[in-house]
Ligand binder design. Structure first.
Ligand SMILES: *Cc1c(COP(=O)(O)O)cnc(C)c1O
Length: 410
């Protein structure tokens, strides 16, 4: 009865996921161990979530201290960790106001609902258009898959929320042509994560800011994946010098404990008056105590400089491997959100690299079928970066060897 394995998944879980064959049971820093005691270097962090590695001692003590003090009150009462975290987030960013929730999708749901009320209070029900971009990802609630706009995530869930337009990413002319006074918000990931680790251009974000100002639309940055230090700055907008009206954060914010946040301007905040939106668990003491500690650790010039240093090592390493085996095109990304496009001959085979990596004791990710995604801990020991790259090299060697064998056999 206690004996569970990967096979148990196929018996008892809803089949909406297809997890790897291994079942990890323990993690420490940038290493994890599976049921068989095999060890893996973690270049994934879940999906850019455990940004300070596994079981970071300061996060463990923040969580256990709070667990021994107070778990839950609801939003009928506020709590000290939430107030401290909110104050620190407002001090560290453009935003004077914060709303807490439990995930990225919920943070975006709050942002999109806010945008609709913002538009509706400034028009006779016409200012409700939301502009988003092709290959976006904003979460899996019905509103967020609709704004994300990818057919594979919306098909079969119709009818969908309306008045959402999708434009090519990084195409400022298309945005200029589509935006109007009936637009309530433009929603953009500063680096598209799920969409292949595709950074926005500075001109695009600057132009989006200017057009939103012109048409009194809210500029929403989805920083669920890029936020909390991953870009090398606390939030990716700081790399671009373009400030949004609303910013959503989750993933790395809790370092592995579920928490989401929507940060916004004073004017945007005033749209969500008492009773207009809420969450039972949003801003709970456990999540906020952990996230406060994550923020304390990450928002430090030395740690953020360390992200840049590690990013250079990873980028140089994967580019060298790409040249050696011809499997990768040059890498892209921002900070420790690294995308490695497959070379033309290996198109569609990013997942094969991940699987070959697991065989060598390395965990990395894909971002679509054509891009390998590497998102290690922001504080991964340099020796673990080197070891992970060594294992990636071995994985690519095995893959290329297998490819040659297949070609010879054919
Ligand atoms: C992961 C992600 C989300 C969704 O977050 P969840 O916590 O899974 O709901 C939204 N936006 C972006 C950019 C993401 O990477």
């Amino acid at each position: 009865m206690d004996n569970v394995t990967r096979a148990t998944f196929d018996e008892v879980m809803v089949p909406n996921y297809s997890p790897a064959e291994i079942v990890p049971v323990r993690g420490a820093g940038s290493r994890i161990w599976d049921q068989q005691g095999r060890e893996y270097v973690d270049f994934a962090c879940g999906i850019a979530v455990t940004s300070l590695g596994h079981c970071h001692p300061r996060l463990v003590s923040a969580l256990t201290d709070q667990a021994n003090r107070l778990w839950h009150l609801s939003n009928v009462m506020t709590n000290e960790p939430a107030l401290r975290l909110a104050r620190k987030l407002t001090q560290a960013t453009f935003a004077p106001r914060v709303f807490f929730c439990n995930s990225g999708a919920e943070a975006n749901e709050a942002a999109f609902k806010l945008a609709r009320r913002y538009g509706n209070t400034r028009s006779n029900g016409r200012k409700n258009g939301i502009i988003a971009f092709d290959n976006a990802f904003h979460g899996r609630t019905l509103f967020t898959v609709s704004v994300g706009g990818q057919a594979k995530y919306t098909q079969g869930f119709e009818p969908l929320p309306g008045a959402i337009t999708h434009l090519p990413y990084n195409d400022l002319a298309a945005l200029e042509a589509a935006i109007s006074d009936d637009t309530c918000a433009v929603v953009v990931e500063p680096v598209q994560g799920e969409g292949g680790v595709m950074p926005a251009t500075r001109e695009f974000l600057e132009g989006a800011r200017r057009l939103c100002d012109k048409h009194q639309a809210l500029l929403i940055f989805d920083e669920v994946q890029t936020g909390m230090g991953r870009s090398g700055k606390l939030y990716a907008y700081m790399n671009y010098g373009v400030t949004p009206d609303v910013l959503t954060s989750a993933k790395g914010l809790g370092g592995g404990f579920p928490i989401g946040a929507m940060l916004c301007t004073e004017a945007a905040a005033q749209v969500l008056q008492f009773g207009t939106h809420g969450s039972t668990y949003g801003g709970n003491p456990l999540g906020c105590a952990v996230a406060e500690t994550v923020l304390d650790i990450v928002n430090d010039p030395a740690v953020l400089a360390g992200v840049e240093e590690r990013a250079r090592l990873v980028r140089d390493g994967v580019d060298a491997i790409g040249r050696r085996y011809g499997v990768f095109a040059p890498s892209r990304g921002l900070g420790l959100l690294v995308g490695v496009p497959m070379a033309p001959a290996w198109k569609g085979k990013a997942k094969d690299v991940v699987n070959a990596g697991l065989k060598q004791g390395l965990w990395c990710l894909v971002a679509g079928p054509d891009v390998l995604r590497i998102a290690p801990s922001l504080v991964i020991p340099l020796a673990d970066v080197a070891e992970g790259l060594k294992r990636l090299d071995a994985a690519c060697a095995a893959l290329v060897g297998a490819g040659l064998k297949t070609a010879a056999a054919a």
